[in-house]
Design a protein around this ligand. Structure first.
Ligand code: ZN
Length: 254
């Protein structure tokens, strides 16, 4: 891989005056835009990255700050760039319907015009691996709002590999999911309970076993985490109570 450019690194609200999520990865066989927030077209323009270099837009989940820029990208490719070569748009199940619904809501209906280039939609489910444009992409489920179909990716682009979390909270299978990647781009808005040493150790351990291995397609969700925490707290209370009962009391003898 020759280059990775962080086009946007803010949260959904433009924190720090930065743009919303988007990373451009340029490989030997083509370029990929990982997420495309509402501000991404402005970012590509400011960074002088031609849209023509983007062969694939890969979407992590259906929040506007991660895929809200796709309708604008398509229209710019058609009218400003006069694009001729194919564009693949890959992402969670429903990717095509979600992009069309978004474009309709924005007043840019996609279905009623002549496109000068083919647009191919590719669904990738957690646990699946797909060849998409210049890359091999493997998806893994993440811990974010379920209705947005959140997932992260392992991306093999030429000789190099990237892991990308998209928005996620901490989950125990994360180190294994990203192990072996040359670069891990982690976007964890809620990291309560995260164990960074565990992440580093787990990733190192797993990467020794395999360079591109199957991640756990079904990590525990936040509700599961919460119930596991309350189970552990209940077990701890029981253990303390048992110890207190079994310990001879200094006040038990007259
Ligand atoms: Zn999100």
């Amino acid at each position: 891989m020759s280059e990775v450019v962080f086009v946007g690194t803010s949260d959904a609200f433009g924190a720090g005056g930065r743009r919303q999520s988007a990373v451009f990865a340029r490989g030997e066989r083509g370029g990929m835009l990982i997420d495309c927030g509402a501000t991404t077209n402005t970012g590509l323009s400011a960074l002088e990255i031609p849209r023509d270099e983007v062969d694939v837009i890969l979407v992590s989940h259906f929040h506007g700050d991660h895929f809200g820029g796709i309708p604008g990208f398509l229209y710019a490719a058609l009218y400003a760039d006069r694009r001729r070569h194919a564009l693949e748009i890959a992402g969670p199940p429903e990717i095509e319907a979600r992009v069309h619904a978004l474009a309709n809501a924005m007043g840019h209906h996609l279905g009623n015009r002549e496109w000068s280039f083919p647009i191919r939609y590719r669904e990738i489910r957690p646990g699946e691996t797909r060849e998409v444009g210049p890359a091999t992409i493997q998806a893994f489920a993440t811990a974010h709002q379920l209705e947005a179909h959140p997932q992260g990716y392992r991306i093999q682009l030429g000789a190099e590999s990237i892991a990308y979390s998209g928005d996620t909270g901490w989950f125990e299978a994360l180190p294994r999911a990203v192990a072996g990647s040359g670069l891990f781009i982690c976007e964890c808005p809620r990291m309560r309970g995260a164990r960074f040493p565990s992440l580093a150790r787990g990733a190192a351990r797993a990467s020794r076993r395999s360079r591109l291995r199957s991640p756990d397609p079904d990590p525990p969700r936040r509700d599961d985490d919460r119930s596991a925490r309350s189970d552990r707290a209940r077990d701890r209370r029981r253990r303390i109570r048992r110890q207190a009962l079994s310990r001879p009391s200094s006040h038990s003898t007259p």
